[in-house]
Write a protein that binds this ligand. Structure first.
Ligand SMILES: Cc1cc2nc3c(=O)[nH]c(=O)nc-3n(C[C@H](O)[C@H](O)[C@H](O)COP(=O)(O)O)c2cc1C
Length: 217
């Protein structure tokens, strides 16, 4: 057999895809550590979004292929203005396309989406009497419903509040928990009891009458 000219075996796809978005890693105290933990995890593919696309020119087919290979998609980022950093929002806008991710598209159906986020505000600030006025959960529906529209389960988020000030032992514990979770997915106890996501079908009557390819929502 001519072994010399055989194609090398394809690298098996990794089950976890971490999309890490931080506009300024040099000033990061916590997300940088979480990124390092993800990079050190064998089962995990990592996209450092601001490094990969410094010109904001996202390669949609590349991202879609990586998502398709994964079973768990992790969004890792600091909370900015109660939401995700701008480039991650652009990634969502451009990669989760109609006909691929939703609206007849089923590329992400049955996968899991996990938000791993940090906030500057301490936990107590996310309270009706605190300066952020709402419990943190009140800011999650856009993530949760994005997952649902694409047929993904939205796993319980991992959030570290007060990221500037929590003591370093708490940061260490948090990073260790993240690393352990990545490495042990899908053997997470809470997943056994989680139902699959409800079907969210967008009727044609909610779409533009003369839709062209690439239109969104
Ligand atoms: C532009 C900007 C907006 C921010 N908005 C929020 C916010 O809405 N809520 C909050 O708790 N912290 C906010 N922060 C603080 C970041 O969440 C905090 O710096 C980050 O979580 C710390 O993580 P790091 O050490 O990895 O950078 C904001 C920071 C920046 C730069």
């Amino acid at each position: 057999m001519d072994t010399e000219h055989q194609a090398p075996p394809a690298t098996p796809a990794k089950p976890v895809y971490v999309v890490a978005a931080h506009p300024n890693w040099r000033e990061s105290r916590v997300n940088r550590r979480l990124l390092q933990a993800a990079l050190a995890t064998e089962s995990t593919e990592v996209c450092d979004l601001y490094a990969r696309y410094p010109d904001y020119s996202i390669r949609v087919p590349t991202e879609q292929a990586q998502l398709q290979d994964a079973q768990l998609i992790v969004l890792l980022h600091p909370v900015q203005w109660y939401s995700m950093p701008a480039l991650l929002k652009l990634w969502v806008d451009e990669v989760l396309t109609h006909g691929w991710a939703y609206g007849g598209g089923k590329a992400l159906q049955g996968k899991d989406l996990w938000l791993v986020a940090t906030t500057g505000g301490p936990e107590g600030s996310y309270h009706p009497q605190g300066y952020n006025r709402y419990f943190f959960d009140a800011f999650l529906p856009p993530y949760e419903q994005t997952a649902a529209l694409c047929g993904m389960r939205f796993l319980p988020p991992l959030v570290l509040h007060g990221a500037h000030r929590v003591d370093s032992a708490e940061v260490d514990t948090h990073v260790a928990m993240f690393a352990e979770r990545l490495a042990s997915y899908p053997q997470w106890p809470e997943l056994d009891d989680m139902e699959s996501c409800p079907a969210c079908v967008v009727p044609d009557t909610d779409r533009p009458a003369h839709e062209t390819v690439g239109d969104q929502h």
